[in-house]
Every structure is written in structure tokens, then in C-alpha cells.
Design a protein around this ligand. Sequence first.
Ligand code: PLP
Length: 384
Amino acid sequence: MSVKRPTGLHPATIAAQAGGLTDNSTGGVVPPIHPATTFARDEEYVPLVDGNVYSRVHAPNGRMVEGVLAELEGAADAMVFPSGMAAVAAVFRTLRAGQTVLVQSQIYWGTMAWIRDFCTRRDITLVEVEAADTQAFAAACDACKPALAWIETPSNPWLRVIDIAACADAVHAGGGVLVADMTTSTPVLTRALSFGADLVMHSATKGINGHSDVLAGALACRDADAPVWQDIRTDRDMAGAVLGPFEAWLLLRGMRTLPLRVERMSQNAQALATYLADHPQVDAVLYPGLPEHPGHALATRQMQGGFGPLLSFIVKGGAPAALAGVGRLQLFHRATSLGGVESLVEHRHTIEPHTGIPEGLLRLSVGIENAGDLIDDLAQALGQ
Ligand code: PLP
């Protein structure tokens, strides 16, 4: 149920008020959870509520989240999924055997591993390219005319910044579709559709939910009539990768503070990156908010209000020094994932030993704690 409200609202207002959703049946200012899987019809066999028949296709709580997300993204439509990878898979399942896809190299390793396997099984040609090199990306598009191209910005865990508009031009010139995984940015920092991406993907498990207690994924589109969007909708309705009502309700609650959390996480990450950049035990800091980062100028144009919660840094002394430092941290949880209110640290080489990750690389997901406390913890763990 939604109430009448002004137009042209800012993200903070849209998010805090969950797009104006309330509970008209009780007057509650919070929308209810709808666990029903099936919906009744009247004596004439017409659904009692237009559009509600069966919850694999008609999920009231999922639709609530989708409405708010579409508004935050400036999208024509959005769909939620039971995980980020389910959203990735829904996109790739629209491809036909014999087609070609162009995928940014060194993205989230799980996405890449799944895409490689899927393309092999489905007889789809996969071309991988360093998309931060805009010319290399354009040349690859020109050469292989991909039906679909996939980018991730800033990328996890390398923090490469990708020029969405330039990639969109290159892909569109060959008639393809550009999909941008914007998990690390969230729509608060970058609305990729406004830069020309056709679809945006999020692991909503991360910043969008922000509390490390919901596994979810999301897609949003610029054109709801586009064949790729129609194919994805049919696939989700029929194959059933649907987010459950409780998860959707929690996600909507988490999203109320999304702009606030992203702002604080970005401020904290900037402070930590600046601190680490001057640390004698640190070889390099990968964070687009630092002026010396190769993607800083582009990130400044493409990201609004901060550079996100994710940063990586390389400790001098390789794996032994990195693991010893991680072991001494007291505030950062030693855990995977990102975008939650609590700070996390990961030794990525332990997780993905064969992808070329430096052995001394530590990835931080910076939360909303006091930045001074986090810096003190890093200082005692790394030694100064
Ligand atoms: N995309 C990125 C950038 C990620 O970091 C992740 C997970 O870490 C995913 C996609 C996959 O999302 P999920 O774990 O929700 O399936």
C-alpha cells in the first residue's frame, strides 16, 4: 500500500520512507509481511486482488523492494532474486548457444568462475578483457561484437574503476547489451543506467541490505520492454529464483538507511585508505578515493558522494605478514562479504589462491563504526 507523496524526492527520502509504503489495513507505518503462497479468486473466478495469483510470480514483498530499488536506480523496472549469483545466472541464461560474451577480467571470483563454467557448458564464446583499459574494451567489442558485456565497478577486490558510458557506447555499437555489477557502489554512489548501462546487477546481500543477515540479489533495467528484460522475467517466473517474503521484508527495512550507511562507510573507508597509504608496513593501497589511484578522476565523475566501503591494501612481507596482521585485529571480523555496518577483513589469497591475487593483499569492507577506533585497531595490528 502506498500513500500519496511528492515527486522528485531525493534518495535519502525515498529510502527512509521505503518509497511511501505503509500498511493501509492497520495504519501501521511499516508494510506487513505477506507469507501467502496462493491468492483467492471470487465467484466469477477473477483474482480478488488484480495481479495476485501465486507467489512464485506474484510476490507482494518482493514487489515492494523492487519498487523502491527501481526508484533509487532511476530504473524502468527491477527484480529481486534469492542471491546475487541467482541474478547473475538469470542474465546469462538469456544467451543462446553460439553467442559471444565479453566479461571484465579480475571481477568477483565467484561470478567469473560461474560464467566460465556456464559458457563452456552452453557453447557460448567467452572473451575476457581488462575493462579499466577503455581502449582495450572497445577494441574487444569491435572484434567480437558481444551479445552481452559484463562489467563491475569498482571491482572486487582490485578496485578497478570502469568507464560505464564508454563501455556502453562500445557495446551498443555492435548491438549488444551492457550489464554493470554495481554491488560495491550501490545506487547511492552511481546510477549506472544513467551512464548508459542497460541492466544493473547487485548482490543485495552486501550494501543494499547492509546488515549481513539477508542473502539477496537484484537487477534493474532502463527499458522494461527490452527482450532481455522480458526473457529474464519469464525465466525468473518459471524457473522460480524468487526472494522469500521474510527476506524481502528485511531487505526493505535495511534499505531505509542505505544512503546514510553508504555515506558513513565511504567517509570511514576514505580515512582508513589515507591512513594506510602512509603506513610504513604497507606497499600499496587500492582505493579510488585516493588521488594517486589510476581511476580517481573517472571515479570522481562517476561516483557521487564517496567511493564506497571496499578497499584493498598490500602488506609488506607477503602472506605471513598479512596473516599475522589479520590475526591481531580486534575490531574487524575475519570474514568474507562486504557492505555491512560492521567492518570485515579478508586475506583474499587464502580464498582464491589461483587468480593472481597478491599474497599480501588484505581486503577491508569498512563499516559505520568510529573511524578513529578502526584506525587504532589497524595501527596496533600492523605496528607503526
Ligand atoms: N558480485 C559481487 C561484486 C560480489 O562481491 C558478490 C559476492 O561477494 C556477488 C556478485 C555474488 O553475490 P551473492 O553472494 O549475494 O550471491
